[in-house]
Design a protein around this ligand. Structure first.
Ligand code: SAM
Length: 235
């Protein structure tokens, strides 16, 4: 397993097109009590809105969440991503989408009431610079909603395939203390999700999207693996 989640070439290659992200997204199911992390993140964004609001999404991917944020009453949304292809896909959903790196956000100070970054801070090498940028573009009293995975996320799958758990710079374990350096009030919501693979081929296909030569020993039938997601609300 040789890939590094915050390597710039790895990130560029991962998101040059939607195929790998779509393959991974398709296996996720809600928690045992029916909670879906994306819907919980949308609720956190909604809670932070007071009247008409300017919202920034960073690392919007294919724009599925951007479309849902855009539909919230009173919201003016700008969605951003590093990947040109993802900006194109998000714009096709009728959202104002722009190419931007979280470390160099092309916006004036205090431009947004809410910022959202879903499953992207673990790709950022200079997390301090990224969060300085988020803090800078947020208005005083603004809210930052960030979603990330824990070290145990799919750890059993990775181990069985000869790999190691993914330990990243911004995780369920580290996110709270990193955010507290910039925000006075940090809340968290931890969710135990699950990935369901209909057969061995679909589990191996998921691993193949990560790179790193992971090979899962053969098995019959369906399998589930535990995921761990945290939604942080910081203000
Ligand atoms: C795992 S995907 C998540 C996409 C989307 N938020 C979702 O939940 O489906 C990570 C996204 O972050 C973007 N990204 C990675 N590094 C970035 C950076 N430095 N600045 C902006 N976007 C970045 C990638 O292009 C990709 O779209």
């Amino acid at each position: 397993m040789t890939f590094e989640m915050s390597d710039a070439d790895y990130v560029r290659e991962q998101y040059a097109s939607e195929d790998k992200l779509d393959t991974r997204a398709s296996v996720w199911r809600p928690t045992s009590d029916g909670l879906d992390p994306t819907t919980e993140a949308l609720r956190a964004i909604d809670r932070a809105l007071v009247g008409d609001a300017d919202v920034l999404e960073i690392g919007c991917g294919t724009g599925a969440m951007a479309e849902r944020i855009h539909a919230l009453p009173g919201v003016t949304l700008v969605a951003t991503d590093f990947s040109e292809r993802f900006v194109e896909l998000t714009a096709a959903r009728g959202v104002d989408a722009r190419q931007a790196d979280i470390c160099y956000l092309p916006f004036d100070d205090a431009s947004f009431d809410v910022a959202y970054a879903g499953w992207m801070l673990y790709h950022v090498r200079d997390i301090e610079r990224a969060l300085n940028e988020v803090r800078r573009v947020l208005r005083p009293g603004g809210t930052f909603v960030a979603v990330t995975n824990g070290n145990g996320h799919l750890a059993d799958l990775l181990r069985e395939a000869g790999g190691k758990p993914l330990v990243t710079r911004f995780s369920s374990e580290t996110g709270e203390s990193v955010l507290r350096r910039r925000f006075d009030d940090v809340r968290r919501h931890d969710l135990e999700t699950r990935a369901v693979f209909g057969d061995h081929a679909s589990a191996q296909a998921y691993l193949d999207t990560l790179g790193g030569d992971l090979t899962l020993p053969a098995f019959e039938g369906q399998r589930e693996y535990a995921g761990h997601v945290t939604i942080f609300e910081a203000r």
